[in-house]
Design a protein around this ligand. Structure first.
Ligand code: NAD
Length: 331
């Protein structure tokens, strides 16, 4: 678990890094997150696998599920792997990187349930699903990074709205819908709660009907298809963070010619990057490059802000560590 959280920080995604620990500790203490758990096999028919994550740590579930998928892809050329009912599996790119490190291309469609939905369907003003991430990666030659697209299907993450609200800042225009159904840049409109405790406001899916449609397909392909739960209110909402994920893992050598494939992606990358800039843009990057750049910039470590550090300390105490032990660990 530590490995994935720290790797998320190093890749520049602090929203999915060590700052997630307090919510995990909360999940353990409230018996929503099951510790010492491993995924159990629901379906095993060679290239097709469905695993149940038993609400255990997503980092254990994600790692073991990818390992099994990689082993199956090595035998069959492809593996279609469903992981349902896992506690939060964090940064999805991490799982694509695990596949890419073994030389496999992969696609991952994910839903997230258990807490109130955050994102409205296109045309709607009320949240109906989570920030359902979509991820796809193709490996580079000799384990080198190829391309990695790893994104939430909302324009901005819920966590970014919370940070902006705390700082008294605006979010980008038209990324939030208020309870009256109007687009706004006011983050408080997303975190609005009426006196009965009902949360109002919603995040806007990226790309109008297209992003909203992709989020819905993540819900259906990524969860319903595997026997996982979707975000409708008949499923439990006690604050847990449950992910289901459909992964398709492909051996490039099994579908085509691996050498030609590596040549193609390198030539294509050069062609994409070698372009005149749009007048309002300072650079061109391919998907996955921002994370590569963050890793270089953070090679010597990363800062943990004081608020997060304080939350980690409180969680450590809730989990039974003395402050002396905590101080000793963080140095
Ligand atoms: P983001 O917007 O920072 O990046 C999205 C993608 O775009 C990345 O592949 C990145 O490499 C690429 N990118 C970014 N800037 C670019 C540029 N200028 N040019 C070209 N490509 C660029 O990511 P996000 O949507 O905020 O998602 C953050 C993380 O949250 C992801 O790792 C995602 O897996 C994770 N997430 C997890 C859950 C969950 O329930 N487990 C839910 C939502 C999101």
């Amino acid at each position: 678990m530590a490995d994935q959280l720290v790797q998320a920080n190093l890749a520049g995604h602090d929203s999915h890094g060590v700052g997630m620990l307090p919510s995990y500790v909360d999940g353990v203490i409230n018996d929503r997150l099951k510790i010492n758990s491993h995924p159990s096999v629901v379906v095993d028919s060679g290239a097709l696998l469905t695993l149940d994550g038993n609400a255990g740590y997503g980092q254990v579930n994600g790692f073991e599920t990818m390992q099994m998928g990689i082993e199956r892809a090595a035998i069959h050329g492809v593996a279609v792997v469903g992981l349902r009912n896992s506690y939060h599996i964090g940064r999805i790119g991490h799982w694509a990187e695990q596949c890419a490190a073994s030389g496999y291309a992969s696609m991952h469609l994910v839903n997230v349930i258990g807490h109130p939905p955050l994102v409205a369907a296109y045309g709607g003003a009320e949240a109906r699903f989570g920030t359902n991430p979509f991820c796809a990666a193709v490996p580079g030659r000799d384990g080198r990074p190829g391309f990695l697209l790893d994104m939430a299907t909302s324009i901005i993450a819920g966590g970014k709205a919370r940070v902006a609200a705390n700082k008294g800042e605006k979010v980008p225009p038209n990324t939030i819908i208020d309870i009256e159904g109007n687009l706004t840049d006011d983050p408080n409109a997303f975190w609005y709660t009426d006196p009965s405790g009902k949360r109002g406001g919603a995040l806007v899916a990226f790309g109008d009907h297209k992003g909203s449609g992709l989020a819905i397909m993540c819900e259906l392909l990524g969860a319903a298809l595997l026997g996982g739960e979707t975000a409708h209110p008949k499923n439990p909402r006690d604050g847990r963070i449950i992910n289901s994920m459909l992964s398709v893992i492909i051996d490039p050598a099994a579908l085509g010619n691996a050498e030609a494939y590596y040549d193609e992606i390198e030539l294509f990358r050069d062609f994409v990057l070698d372009s005149q800039l749009r007048s309002d843009c300072a650079q061109i990057l391919v998907p996955g490059q921002p994370e590569e750049l963050a890793r270089i910039e953070r090679a010597d470590g990363f800062e943990v802000d004081p608020v997060t550090l304080d939350q980690l300390k409180t969680s450590a105490e809730r989990a039974g560590l003395t402050s002396a032990v905590f101080e000793d660990l963080v140095g």
